[in-house]
Design a binder for this molecule. Structure first.
Ligand code: SF4
Length: 253
């Protein structure tokens, strides 16, 4: 539910921004809530009525993990997400980012909307799934925005540092010209980050460690074959199992 909720909210925010840029119209909170609720309902119907179709074509149908494993969604969860829909779209429309977009439409150069931006780091292709970025001619800054539909996390800064690394490389600009923001849509909080060369060195180091860690699980580097299933140690952090895609296969769960 949290992942589905986040995907749907991000989709309608992206659409609302694109619509505004093309037509100058701004949706109401009620409209956004209604669209998103329609998608959540569709996912619920897929998960409860189209299990067989989902098994045949898993990319064409939704399957909510809560329904797959527990057979239902708790009424309290449904109520909670109904309330969240109101909050997130309300905060989105009032956010400084959206206000900035509507106030300065002419002087913002919106970053290219490719679905799959990627860059090479140490010769490895890294995909960068950025929510939104633009260049503000008035301030001569590149601005990176990440909408958050969940709580604040220690990883948020690191995630934005990676995006800053991408923008720095792609547009060949200095770090002083890059500002990054988290817009926390449940609370309406906004956090600003600026990065230094130290942050970029840190990102590269984290990336290299992470790649080395993943390579431990490659039995054959050229064929990209993994080691045996038994050689993947289960995590000690069992909260991660709740949203794990491999739960059904895993001896731990
Ligand atoms: S279910 Fe298994 S694979 Fe998934 S996070 Fe837990 S231990 Fe890891």
């Amino acid at each position: 539910m949290p992942i589905l909720f986040g995907q749907i909210v991000h989709r309608f925010i992206e659409q609302a921004i694109n619509d505004y840029l093309q037509t100058g119209t701004v949706p109401t909170v009620e409209e956004l809530v209604q669209y998103a609720r329609g998608q959540l309902n569709a996912a619920f119907i897929d998960s409860t009525r189209y299990t067989e179709q989902w098994r045949q074509k898993p990319t064409k149908y939704y399957m909510m993990q809560e329904i797959y494993y527990y057979g239902k969604l708790q009424p309290a969860v449904i109520q909670d997400y109904k309330e969240r829909l109101q909050l997130v779209f309300n905060h989105f429309l009032r956010s400084e980012t959206f206000q900035e977009i509507t106030a300065r439409k002419g002087s913002l150069r919106i970053g290219e909307p490719e679905q799959f931006r990627s860059m090479k780091m140490d010769g490895i292709q890294v995909f960068v799934v950025m929510d939104f970025h633009y260049y503000n001619e008035q301030t001569d800054k590149w601005v990176i925005i990440d909408w958050k539909t969940g709580g604040e996390s220690d990883d948020d800064r690191q995630q934005l540092a990676l995006y800053a690394y991408y923008v720095q490389q792609k547009y060949r600009v200095s770090l002083a010209q890059i500002e990054a923001y988290n817009e926390y849509l449940l609370t309406g909080n906004r956090k600003k980050y600026q990065f230094t060369d130290f942050d970029m060195a840190n990102i590269l180091h984290t990336f290299q460690c992470s790649v080395l860690e993943m390579k431990k699980y490659q039995a054959d580097i050229f064929a990209n074959e993994p080691v045996d299933l038994e050689d993947f140690e289960p995590t000690n952090e069992q909260w991660q199992c709740r949203s794990c895609n491999f739960r059904e296969l895993c001896r731990q769960s």
